[in-house]
Design a protein around this ligand. Structure first.
Ligand code: PMP
Length: 289
């Protein structure tokens, strides 16, 4: 495996960063998770643009143009023979002193890993996920915008621990007002008749790129799609529920807090959108080879 590290492709065991990197010391940095399908990088420009927005929001200047960084992602995939894969693009604040001040850091570190991911076991894609609401409140969006994809995922990790302790794979996180925000690394949707609802960013959810694709596909296929504040009651009484994310793709939720969702099986609309998503994902994107 070859890792892209600051302009060079280096073997995996030589791809190291300093213990003084603020990415490690403070979670000070930003990242993207990107998929490739069928020898193409899916939604590359959208991921690159979101990375630059996250970086700008934390006053981190990525020492590279968007075009060159996108080229570096493709180059890393090529060097690793990636066709269907999962790419992690990371920009850390860089090496600094032991104080917080990010402006003492020398230079951001740019890392690209072209690997693989399996977020949930395969059979859950067939039968659907069971999830629980957790006590860990989603970070206040007024304090840390959920749209900053930062290297500090403790809020999400604490929720994930609770889900696993509860014997399930995934958690629904609520915001401080008790409205549904998102899952630990995925967006949440419900289906009510011909309408799809998903929480807005101000509820504490990242404006996911998969979420965006699914909203577009749903509209093209005759569904109404709206952003809406929701409580758990709305989720319990949905016809269908599903999660979206780059790593998760589209996965049905069939049980939440021991309430059956719909008829307890992956729903028709979810299955239709998952199928459309797969077809779309395999047909667009920046060619690797
Ligand atoms: N929410 C969170 C907290 C995430 O980390 C992710 C994964 N990046 C998502 C939602 C889904 O976003 P996307 O579809 O862009 O991967």
């Amino acid at each position: 495996m070859k890792i892209y590290l600051n302009g060079k492709l280096v073997p995996k065991d030589k791809a190291c960063v300093s213990v003084f990197d603020h990415g490690l010391l403070y979670g000070d940095g930003v990242f993207e998770g990107i998929r490739s399908y069928n020898n193409r990088v899916f939604m590359l420009d959208e991921h690159i643009n979101r990375l630059y927005r996250s970086a700008h929001a934390i006053a981190l200047e990525i020492p590279m143009t968007r075009e060159k960084l996108a080229d570096a992602v493709v180059k890393t995939c090529k060097a690793n023979g990636t066709s269907d894969g999962y790419i992690r693009l990371v920009v850390t604040r860089g090496v600094g002193t032991l104080g917080l001040n990010p402006f003492n850091c020398e230079k951001p570190q740019i890392i690209i890993i072209a690997g693989n991911i399996q977020l949930y076991p395969k059979k859950l894609y067939e039968y659907g996920l069971s999830i629980v609401t957790v006590a860990t409140v989603r970070n206040l969006s007024e304090a840390v915008s959920p749209n900053i994809k930062s290297l500090n995922y403790l809020n999400n990790i604490l929720a994930k621990i609770e889900a696993i302790n509860g014997g399930v794979q995934e958690a629904i996180m609520l915001n401080a007002q008790g409205f549904v925000a998102e899952a630990t690394g995925d967006n949440v949707f419900i289906v009510k008749g011909k309408t799809l609802l998903t929480p807005p960013a101000c509820a504490g959810s990242l404006e996911g790129i998969t979420r965006d694709v699914v909203m577009t596909l749903a509209r093209q296929n005759g569904y109404e799609v709206r952003e809406s504040m929701m409580t758990r009651y709305d989720l319990y009484n949905a016809d269908e529920m599903f999660l979206t994310g780059t790593a998760a793709e589209v996965i049905s939720v069939v049980n939440m807090d021991r309430r059956r969702i719909g008829d307890g099986k992956p729903g028709k609309v979810t299955k239709e959108l998952a199928r459309k998503f797969t077809l779309f994902a395999r047909s667009v994107g920046r060619q690797i080879r």
